[in-house]
Write a protein that binds this ligand. Structure first.
Ligand SMILES: Cc1cc2nc3c(=O)[nH]c(=O)nc-3n(C[C@H](O)[C@H](O)[C@H](O)COP(=O)(O)OP(=O)(O)OC[C@H]3O[C@@H](n4cnc5c(N)ncnc54)[C@H](O)[C@@H]3O)c2cc1C
Length: 489
């Protein structure tokens, strides 16, 4: 308690000094300032990482204030598929899958080499199954999807009866039950430090535009990525600026990165993105046309060539598009696989139709000979039940595989839906240790400051995502670790 009082006095002194000095970013003279002396943890950002950190900090006995600048909690998880990658989970145990955290870490590290913090990757893998169990303890129920093309283990945990939005409800409910106070439409804008550089609170703006200063035992930044900040993208992840579709949420402007940088944090810059594919900007997967873009029917590039095993997960699909290097890709449908959502795509100029494959190729700008040859081969693979090119399991009827993927492309009219590389998250942010404590440019800890989730994923991802579900796993597990550490620290 004595320590908290000292912190509170320190934050008041800092505020007074800032006002006297008229520092940039300090409270405007005459503006109403409310001061709240918190005795516990402040978590900034109510996405996957922030909710997980808040629940764990509250369960560890701290009072927790969770600030969210948007009118609702959830962050990117709200529009996500809610897939979570994990090994040694209770779900795998129930379904008889023999797996190990070490094997998961090896898979995550396959293409990472020395680009990531390998111990951090192992740490997340070791806690991955436990995080699934933790979510089940909060009321979530998971099942396992089919294994990925790149990874033979069944590690894609899917929420039963819902997607990311349902997981948000579960986590938000659990946070409230644990006593977390959630303040929506409240934007943190600056960290407050004492003379020794310890973070002692923050300044935020509430929904009425009032500036509020909070003192705190520790601050956990869980503000997500910087997809919507072109300046930061140009500085830290320039190739992401070239990705045609950006699914990043409006709140992802890098506030946490900027606030951490202002107090001296070292920033890990990684040129890349958490990639996927999309049909149109801002079109969620819940929209029929957005969902159609994920159909694992025959996919070709503008040379008319197949470039990927179509039923790989979104992350692998994105990497295949990058490796191919073409600027246009198409999912091919025929009369048998027709979907009414194609009409909207045709109206918007996002799809093309032809009565022959030649007509379709001409309309879409695909190489005619290449398309005809690829379709003939594909139809032969479907008829034989064996994919000689990508060894795709054409006979599979596992739930994540769409029925249209099993149909030949053999009856007019033919359709080509244009699909493009998309991003659903950034990579890079403040450097952290394995407790989520933020590290400065001299390699020293910044006392009182933690970061978790996408805001601080630069030591985990080597410029792309190895498998869908890895980001939510990282955000939830690091959130849990940082929340607990902030209370004990
Ligand atoms: C369409 C889509 C689908 C996806 N599907 C999957 C999937 O199936 N599996 C998977 O693993 N990953 C998926 N991802 C990625 C994954 O959802 C994110 O990486 C993860 O949810 C990020 O969580 P986070 O808590 O770190 O950040 P966020 O979810 O971005 O949350 C950060 C929160 O902080 C708030 N905030 C920001 N600045 C401030 C501030 N100054 N003050 C207060 N609040 C602030 C934001 O408004 C936001 O609510 C998907 C992403 C998208 C966009």
């Amino acid at each position: 308690m004595q320590r908290l009082n000292v912190k509170w006095i320190a934050v008041m002194l800092v505020l007074l000094l800032l006002q006297l000095a008229g520092c940039e970013g300090a409270v405007v003279p005459g503006e109403e300032v409310i001061t709240r002396a918190e005795e516990g943890i402040i978590v900034v950002g109510a996405g996957a990482a922030g909710l997980a950190a808040s629940i764990e900090a509250a369960k560890a006995g701290s009072t927790v204030l969770l600030l969210e600048k948007l009118p609702m909690a959830g962050g990117s998880m709200l529009c996500s598929g809610g897939t979570i990658y994990a090994a040694e989970s209770p779900v795998q145990q129930r379904e008889g899958v023999v797996d190990s955290a070490g094997a998961l870490a090896d898979f995550w590290l396959e293409e990472a080499q020395e680009m990531v913090d390998t111990d951090l990757v192992h740490l997340v893998a070791q806690h991955s199954g436990e995080t699934i169990g933790w979510l089940e303890g909060l009321g979530a129920k998971f099942t396992l999807a089919a294994p990925l093309d790149a990874d033979p283990f069944r590690r894609s945990h899917q929420l039963v009866g819902g997607r990311g939005a349902e997981l948000v409800k579960i986590l938000e409910g659990a946070a409230k039950d644990a006593g977390v106070e959630i303040l929506l439409e409240t934007r943190a804008q600056r960290l407050l430090t004492d003379a020794g550089g310890t973070v002692v609170g923050l300044e935020a703006v509430d929904k009425e535009g009032k500036t509020i200063t909070y003192s705190a035992q520790a601050v956990v930044l869980a503000t997500g990525g910087f997809d919507r900040n072109e300046e930061l993208l140009a500085q830290y992840s320039p190739s992401a600026l070239e990705i045609p579709i950006n699914f990043g949420r409006v709140g992802n402007v890098g506030d946490g990165l900027i606030m951490a940088r202002e107090v001296g944090a070292d920033i890990v810059a990684v040129d890349g993105a958490l990639g996927c594919r999309g049909v149109e900007k801002d079109m969620p997967y819940t929209h029929p046309l957005g969902a159609l873009g994920l159909t694992p029917s025959l996919c070709v590039n503008s040379r008319g060539e197949r470039f990927v095993c179509e039923d790989v997960d979104c992350s692998c699909f994105y990497r295949a598009m990058q490796e191919d290097g073409d600027s246009a890709f198409y999912t091919i449908f025929s009369a048998a696989s027709y979907d009414p959502a194609l009409e909207e795509a045709l109206e918007k100029g996002l799809a093309y139709r032809g009565n022959t494959l030649g007509d379709l190729a001409a309309a879409a700008g695909i190489d005619k000979d290449g398309l005809e040859e690829t379709v003939a081969n594909y139809n032969r693979y479907v008829a034989q039940g064996q994919d000689a090119q990508f060894a795709r399991d054409i006979s599979s009827s596992l739930p994540t595989r769409d029925i249209s993927s099993l149909l030949p492309i053999d009856a007019a009219p033919f359709y080509a839906l244009r699909i493009l590389p998309a991003t659903r998250g950034t990579i890079g942010g403040p450097r952290i240790n394995h407790q989520g404590q933020v590290i400065d440019t001299e390699g020293e800890l910044i006392p009182g400051l933690y970061a978790a989730g996408e805001v601080a994923n630069g030591q985990f991802f080597p410029g792309s995502c190895p498998a869908t579900g890895t980001s939510l796993q990282y955000c939830l597990t690091l959130g849990r670790i940082a929340g607990k550490a902030a209370v004990g620290g």
